[in-house]
Design a protein around this ligand. Structure first.
Ligand code: C2E
Ligand code: CA
Ligand code: CA
Length: 727
């Protein structure tokens, strides 16, 4: 078997090439349309063409074509085999392409004017199969073409038995196709490497395609998801949100939702989902795209957590607790039911802070928070208030008894002894309870509970108090009064008045005690006994103490240097960490020696003295300031304080002087004993409430060194010209 037999196509081509050469030799290339050619509708075999060819009417269209265009008829051998094609029409561009005039193209043989055999061979195929073909890049570069421009394509097709050849500019198509390929490549790259996950779903919301990126992000091989409902990968708690956001395609527009999406390892990852419904004509329902927002959501959640939760106890902060109370109150609307709020105050937190530093106090708060949560069994009902306060919301208390029982349970739970920093502590709390129906403002309810809690503290701590109507009214009055005090302080209605202190032996004024007075705009003088308890419990006392201190020192600076000034200090003021500094500044501002300042602290206040406060007392004493124990003999015995603290003197409480007046021998003996203690400790002594000369004599005989009272002068504003004269 020869080569041609094995490759008949090659055989025929080579044979035809030979034949072409023969024909060229014998017929030449400028022959008119040969008679032997197939008429094919316009050039019949035999006689010459009698009428205009069928395509003649289209000639003007061909002429206007910018692309080369040829019409060819097959030239057949006597055996009927096509051995060449003869040109029956060439438009201008086709003639130019082949470097001939249009006239010279007519009747020219294809294999003569077309250097490549490919066109002939494709022509044969078109003739045999009747199908149009496009021969890409066969057109070869034409004159004037840029070397880099793409060779044109040639489109071959049959029309009325004629072989039509249309050269087509390939560059644009090539560019389009290359662009398409490039775009496809990029999309593939995107799908594989992009951070976003893209999922196509059908109308039943089943996944029909997933981008490769899903494997890197969620661990799913894309193929494993096909056919599964997209929603089945969304966390159960997020499904409603997903559906609302339009992930139940097709839906209107496209919405975004933050969803937890199932990972292949069973974990969940936060993704931002976006649904894009596809146009109607596309049968798929739509595309879901998911962006990885896991870290973002986690950071945000942590931030929210830290903003909404107290870092020490982990409980909701006051604002969040108030919100919960608000929601619970709203839920009561129209039901007639009530809810209860408990304000739980930790007893003696300041002392714990002072003894164990704030870290110790924080530990105690965290521990009590855990105990309260355990006692309530619903952490979300417990919140942290301000300072030492916890808040508990009981949204469905059946009856008042229930609330009280819950309070009792909390009291018991908190009471167990604990050791913090090696120090044994017996923590206790005081609980205030307030109940309300719908329509009450949450902060009013919380305020009422806090007032009841203060009431419980006032009753001796470690107990609960229910805010009844009387207490509520009292609390309300207290609040209004506190607001009045605040206004009075702002308006400068508070002032220091001065009561002389006299030496019993000489009758000379040795100094004054500064006493706070509130003179209201209507001229009414309000005594400390009226406003001090309210100022104390509303946290206003330190402002009053410091105001009196500054005014007293200013007054002292205008008095003879031998005179002293006694100023009262409350427990809250004494506990201010900046108190020594404030006193120092006031002394410097007045230009007064510290030795002239006597600070008076009651026995009761001394009971609250912690190590830190003790150090402050010491610090001021070292600077020269002298400390006096006020109301001595009335409070709890604090003899140990006389030993441990730098006390310079004692002030006998006025009640002893009153009792002496009534010839109460017990008080007389007690006063005698107390002055003995003072003498033993070499302390200065001042007896208060001296109203008669007899009392003065009696006290002098007991050994009291100095006295103050109406006998010597009542408290009055200091006018230097009318300063009380020594007796
Ligand atoms: P205190 O420090 O024991 O002051 C003495 C109180 O007894 C004064 O009452 C004074 O007017 C009154 N008093 C003095 N001698 C007599 C007397 O012979 N007869 C009668 N009936 N009363 C006499 P005041 O000014 O009403 O003060 C009451 C308490 O208020 C003071 O008792 C003191 O504990 C407190 N206080 C006054 N001013 C201040 C202040 O600036 N800061 C603080 N923290 N407490 C103050
Ligand atoms: Ca006093
Ligand atoms: Ca006193």
């Amino acid at each position: 078997m020869g080569f041609s037999d094995t490759f008949p196509f090659l055989h025929s081509v080579s044979r035809q090439r030979r034949r072409r050469e023969v024909i060229t030799d014998t017929v030449g290339c400028h022959q008119p349309l040969p008679e032997s050619c197939d008429s094919s509708g316009f050039a019949g075999k035999g006689p010459a063409v009698t009428g205009p060819p069928a395509w003649a009417s289209s000639q003007s269209i061909f002429e206007s074509l910018p692309e080369p265009f040829l019409l060819l008829v097959p030239e057949k051998s006597p055996s009927g085999a096509i051995i060449n094609f003869l040109c029956v029409y060439a438009n201008g561009p086709a003639s130019a392409l082949h470097g001939r005039t249009q006239g010279r193209m007519l009747g020219a043989r294809l294999l003569d004017f077309e250097s490549s055999i490919d066109l002939f061979e494709h022509g044969l195929r078109v003739m045999e199969e009747g199908q149009a073909v496009v021969i890409e890049g066969l057109g070869g570069p034409r004159q004037g073409d840029h070397p880099s421009s793409h060779p044109p394509d040639i489109r071959l097709f049959l029309a009325n038995g004629l072989l039509c050849c249309l050269w087509r500019e390939a560059s644009q198509r090539m560019e389009d196709r290359q662009q398409l390929v490039e775009t496809e490549r990029r999309y593939r790259l995107l799908a594989r490497h992009a951070c976003d996950v893209v999922v196509e779903v059908d109308r039943d919301h089943r996944i029909t395609w997933a981008s490769d990126s899903i494997e890197a992000l969620l661990g799913w091989p894309p193929g494993a998801l096909l056919g599964k409902p997209a929603i089945s990968f969304v966390h159960r708690d997020d499904r409603a949100r997903a559906l609302r956001a339009g992930l139940r395609l097709p839906g209107p527009g496209s919405l975004q939702a933050e969803l937890r999406i199932l990972c292949a390892d069973g974990g969940w990852r936060w993704m931002g989902g976006l649904a894009h419904p596809l146009p109607e004509e596309i049968s798929g329902a739509g595309v879901l795209s998911f962006r990885d927002i896991h870290d973002h959501v986690r950071t945000r959640t942590e931030l929210d957590q830290s903003l909404q939760h107290d870092p020490i106890t982990g409980l909701a902060v006051r604002g969040v607790a108030l919100d919960r109370i608000r929601c619970a109150l709203d839920a009561l609307e129209g039901t007639g039911a009530t809810l209860a709020v408990l304000s739980i105050g930790v007893d003696g937190l300041t002392q714990v802070n002072d003894a164990l530093t704030h870290a110790g106090g924080d530990k105690l708060m965290a521990l009590l928070a855990a105990r309260i949560v355990r006692a309530i069994d619903h952490p979300e009902q417990v919140g942290r208030g301000t300072g030492d306060e916890f808040i508990v919301l009981l949204s469905e208390p059946d009856a008042g008894a229930d609330v009280t029982r819950t309070a009792e349970r909390i009291l018991r739970a908190c009471r167990a002894p604990v050791s913090i920093g090696g120090q044994p502590i017996d923590p206790t709390v005081s609980i205030g309870i307030a109940t309300a129906r719908a329509g009450v403002l949450p902060d009013e309810l919380l305020r009422d509970a806090s007032l009841a809690m203060r009431q419980a503290k006032g009753r001796g701590r470690n107990c609960s108090a229910l805010l009844d109507d009387a207490l509520a009214t009292e609390a309300h009055t207290l609040l209004l009064f506190a607001a009045e005090i605040q206004r009075g302080l702002v308006m400068g209605e508070f002032a220091a008045w001065f009561m002389p202190i006299v030496a019993f032996d000489t009758g000379q004024v040795t100094g004054y005690e500064a006493l706070a007075r509130w003179v209201r705009p209507d001229g009414i003088e309000v005594a400390p006994a009226e406003f001090l308890p309210c100022a104390e419990c509303r946290g206003l006392i330190a402002r009053i103490d410091l105001l009196v201190l500054r005014q007293a020192l200013a007054a002292l600076s205008r008095l003879p240097p031998s005179l002293t000034m006694a100023v009262n200090v409350s427990a809250a003021t004494l506990a201010l960490p900046e108190y020594p500094q404030l006193v120092g500044e006031a002394l410097r501002a007045a230009g007064v020696r510290p030795e002239r300042l006597h600070l008076e602290v009651t026995e009761t206040a001394l009971l609250t003295v912690t190590n830190r406060i003790g150090q402050q007392i010491q610090q001021l004493a070292s600077s020269g300031v002298r400390w006096y124990v006020d109301d001595f003999g009335t409070g709890y015995s604090s003899i140990s304080h006389l030993r441990d603290l730098p006390i310079a003197g004692l002030k006998l409480d006025r009640s002893f002087t009153c009792a002496m007046r009534a010839k109460d021998t017990k008080s007389l003996r007690l006063a005698q004993a107390l002055v003995g203690v003072a003498e033993g400790l070499e302390l200065d002594t001042v007896a208060e409430g001296v109203e008669t000369i007899e009392e003065a004599h009696l006290l002098t005989s007991q050994g009291w060194l100095r006295g103050q009272g109406w006998l010597y002068g009542k408290a009055a504003p200091l006018r230097l010209d009318s300063a009380p004269v020594p007796l």
